[in-house]
Design a binder for this molecule. Structure first.
Ligand SMILES: Cc1cc2nc3c(=O)[nH]c(=O)nc-3n(C[C@H](O)[C@H](O)[C@H](O)COP(=O)(O)OP(=O)(O)OC[C@H]3O[C@@H](n4cnc5c(N)ncnc54)[C@H](O)[C@@H]3O)c2cc1C
Length: 398
């Protein structure tokens, strides 16, 4: 006799979307969260996250496209607006990265073109006329991109999960997870649950949870990292309209580790600029080594604005995984147990897809998607895999 069909450990966006899809399939679901859902100290809660298609690896392009289709479906089904469809402009400036053909903007444009995805190549003149205030020689516009409104996502998920009777227990990290003939017995404080299936979406807490699962020897090599700097830029009131979503897309110069999110009225009242140099991308290859030098060289319209550090949100870490690929699938040796982690700094946009995959695995014994590449078993002791091969700065962040 089981209390519930599925226990999910970890109430971030991946856990909640797993609960969303599993409950949508009519299953009983309980989510165990160590702290509280919506804590801005966790990766899933803040103001905005970018969503984009423009990866260098075609698999991630296809997955991002599928995830955006699932975001659209979520909006339509739950009658909410969570995507701010402002587009994403990847830029390059010849003074910063002289080999323009080898820049992220040009390379990702070629990948999207090869896959028949919509992408628009802009030259210097067109950039200056459409986005005055930016100084770039190359622009690749991914019109099907933008930012996600995180508060709107959390509000919608919380409402729908409550309507469907999903139990979300906060302050409830499991102390033991035993495996039996018919599933799992999970102890969390004075709560004792039995479930047919288990999903672990505990971010940086994943290995701690795996260690409590009886007989589980899987440990995922995840490390923490975070942007070196992130700042809000506040335009003068008369200038504000030039920097709101609609007038301004997400601007990314990934060769230089830079991303900018526009003002989204009611969500964030300043332009957010972040600087992050992933550990596997060589440093010092461009003259940009800070937000200030980026503004100076590429975004003169931001010069002279009042700035403040981003401190209200985003004080959390990316979950970098040793070989630069997602970790998604069955926990080796534990029937009906699954894990999802290692999203690096790029996971949020994939959340509806990740949730769907984990829900299908947990309650339908398989998924329609090909996820072999992400198999957690590659990190099981004794299973060899080649050393890290990280080449795509965008899989590292945003
Ligand atoms: C600063 C920053 C900027 C980012 N920007 C972008 C972006 O622009 N675009 C994008 O697509 N992605 C972005 N990301 C990545 C994205 O936010 C994450 O990939 C995503 O939120 C991860 O969700 P999660 O549910 O796996 O993890 P989390 O949000 O960390 O959730 C895991 C949950 O598990 C809980 N937990 C941990 N241990 C236990 C335990 N023992 N028992 C019970 N619960 C436990 C934690 O409390 C937490 O609530 C960014 C990440 C960061 C940090």
């Amino acid at each position: 006799m089981t209390d519930t069909d599925l226990v999910i450990v970890g109430g971030g966006v991946m856990g909640l979307f797993t609960a969303y899809h599993a409950s949508g399939l009519g299953r009983g679901v309980t989510v165990l969260e160590r702290g509280r859902v919506g804590d801005p100290a966790t990766a899933s809660y803040g103001r905005t996250r970018s969503y984009r298609n423009d990866y260098l690896d075609p698999t991630y392009v296809r997955l991002a496209g599928e995830a955006i289709r699932l975001w659209d479906a979520f909006e339509a089904r739950e009658d909410v607006r969570v995507l701010v469809r402002c587009g994403c402009l990847n830029i390059a400036n010849a003074g910063v990265t002289p080999d323009l053909d080898a820049t992220y903007a040009r390379m990702s444009h070629r990948v999207l073109e090869n896959l028949g995805m919509p992408t628009e190549a802009l030259g210097a003149e067109e950039i200056r006329s459409r986005f005055p205030g930016l100084d770039a020689d190359v622009g690749q516009l991914d019109a099907g991109a933008g930012v996600v409104d995180l508060a709107a996502v959390q509000e919608a998920l919380t409402r729908v999960l409550a309507e469907r009777g999903v139990r979300v227990l906060e302050g409830a990290p499991p102390s033991a997870i035993a495996r039996g003939e018919h599933g799992f017995t999970v102890i969390a404080g004075d709560v004792r649950l039995t479930a047919r299936s288990l999903v672990v979406t505990a971010g940086h807490g994943t290995n701690d949870v795996l260690a409590r699962l009886s007989g589980c020897t899987l440990r995922v090599p995840i490390e923490k990292d975070r942007p070196s700097d992130a700042r809000y830029f506040e335009p003068a009131p008369g200038e504000r309209h030039r920097f709101t979503a609609g007038a301004m897309p997400v601007v990314a110069y990934l060769d230089a580790g830079i991303y900018c999110h526009p003002i989204v009225p009611g969500v964030v009242d300043a332009v957010k600029v972040g600087y992050y140099n992933p550990p596997d991308v060589p440093r010092g290859t461009t003259s940009i080594d800070s937000i200030d030098s980026f503004v100076e060289r590429c975004f003169p319209a931001l010069r002279g604005m009042t700035t403040s550090p981003v401190q209200d949100v985003d004080q959390c870490d990316y979950d970098l995984v040793a070989d630069d690929d997602f970790v998604l699938g069955a926990i080796p040796g534990a029937a009906n147990a699954f894990v999802g982690v290692g999203w690096r700094g790029t996971g949020y946009k994939f959340a509806p897809w990740v949730g769907r995959v984990l829900a299908e695995l947990a309650v339908q014994a398989g998924t329609v998607y090909d996820i072999d590449r992400f198999d957690p078993a590659r990190f099981q002791k004794g299973v060899a895999r080649d050393a890290p091969v990280a080449t795509d700065p965008a899989t590292a962040a945003h």
